[in-house]
Design a protein around this ligand. Structure first.
Ligand SMILES: Nc1ncnc2c1ncn2[C@@H]1O[C@H](COP(=O)(O)OP(=O)(O)OP(=O)(O)O)[C@@H](O)[C@H]1O
Ligand SMILES: [Mg+2]
Length: 258
C-alpha cells in the first residue's frame, strides 16, 4: 500500500517546487523509491527534477479511448504503454499525465487509465502528486485522493482565505484525504503561521509549516536548473525538513514494499 502526498493550490504559489523538494526529501529519508506524478497538463515537474518527459500519458489516453470504442479490454497493452512513459532514475521515477489529444469524451478512457495508474502506484511505497492549479483533476477521483493533501498558499491573508475557500470547495466536491494540511510558501515572517491557524480554525486542516522566500529558487528556475541540485543547506530545504517530518507522521509506509 503506497503512502501518497498530493499537492494542490491556486496558480503559481509553488506547488511544483514543493513537489520536487518533497520527492527529494522522501528519497533521502528512506521512503523511496518515490513515484512522482506530474498531473498538470502543462508538464513541468520533469525540469524541476532534472529529467525530460518525452512521452506523457496523454498519448496513452488516445489508445485507451480506441480500446474503449472497440469494446476490447487490452489492459496489458495499456500497462506496457504506461511503462514506456515512465522515466526511471536512481532517486525517483516520474510519470507525466500530459493532456489528451483531440476532442471528444475521455471519461471512459480516463477511468481505464486510473486503474492502470493505480496499479503502477501500488509498486511504490511513496507517491507524490503535483496537481494543476485548482481542484479539477482531484475532483475526477472517486476514492480518497491521498494520505496527505496539501494546500500550498502564499502567506498573505488574501492567499490564506483563498486556500480556505479551496478547502471548502474540496469538501463540497467530496474530495477526501487521510489528512489535510496547509503550507505557507514564500514566507517573510513567522506571524503568518498564527494567521494561518486563525484562518483554518474549526477545520481539520493542519498548518504544516512555512517555507521562506528565497531568491535562489527563482534564479534556479530562470536558469532551468533542477531543484534536485539545490544545496541541502538552502533555507527553504532546511525549513522543508520540519514540514515533511510532520507530513509523514502516521504514514503507512512499508519501506521496500515494491
Ligand atoms: N520559497 C520561494 N522563494 C522564492 N521563489 C519561489 C519559492 N517557491 C517558489 N518560487 C518560485 O515561484 C515560481 C512558481 O513556482 P511553481 O512553478 O512551483 O508554482 P506552481 O504553483 O507549481 O505554479 P503553476 O500553478 O503554474 O503550476 C517559480 O519561479 C519558483 O521558482
Ligand atoms: Mg506547477
Amino acid at each position: 500500500m503506497s503512502w501518497t502526498l498530493a499537492i494542490t493550490g491556486k496558480g503559481g504559489v509553488g506547488k511544483s517546487t514543493l513537489a520536487a523538494m518533497a520527492v527529494r526529501w522522501l528519497g533521502e529519508h528512506g521512503r523511496g523509491p518515490v513515484l512522482a506524478v506530474d498531473a498538470d497538463p502543462n508538464t513541468c515537474l520533469d525540469a524541476l527534477l532534472g529529467v525530460k518527459a518525452h512521452h506523457t500519458v496523454g498519448s496513452v489516453r488516445e489508445d485507451a479511448k480506441k480500446i474503449a470504442q472497440g469494446g476490447i479490454g487490452k489492459q496489458e497493452l495499456l500497462d506496457l504503454k504506461i511503462q514506456e512513459s515512465l522515466i526511471e532514475s536512481d532517486q525517483f521515477d516520474l510519470i507525466a499525465m500530459g493532456r489528451s489529444e483531440g476532442p471528444g469524451c475521455y471519461c471512459y478512457a480516463n477511468n481505464v487509465l486510473r486503474g492502470v495508474l493505480g496499479r503502477l502506484a501500488e509498486r511504490y511505497p511513496t507517491v507524490v502528486i503535483d496537481n494543476e492549479a485548482g481542484l479539477e483533476n482531484l475532483s475526477r477521483r472517486t476514492v480518497q485522493v491521498a494520505d496527505v493533501l496539501v494546500f500550498v498558499t502564499d502567506p498573505s491573508f488574501r492567499g490564506l482565505t483563498t486556500a480556505r475557500r479551496l478547502y471548502e470547495l474540496a469538501l463540497e466536491m467530496g474530495i477526501t484525504a487521510g489528512r489535510m494540511g496547509v503550507v505557507l510558501n514564500r514566507a517573510r515572517d513567522t506571524e503568518c503561521v498564527d494567521r494561518a491557524r486563525a484562518v483554518f480554525a474549526g477545520t481539520p486542516v493542519e498548518v504544516l509549516g512555512a517555507l521562506p522566500e528565497n531568491s535562489e529558487l527563482g534564479q534556479r528556475d530562470e536558469a532551468g536548473d533542477p531543484i534536485l541540485g539545490l544545496p541541502a543547506n538552502n533555507p527553504v530545504y532546511v525549513a522543508l525538513n520540519e514540514l515533511m517530518k510532520r507530513c509523514v507522521e502516521s504514514a503507512k509506509v512499508t519501506v521496500g514494499a515494491v
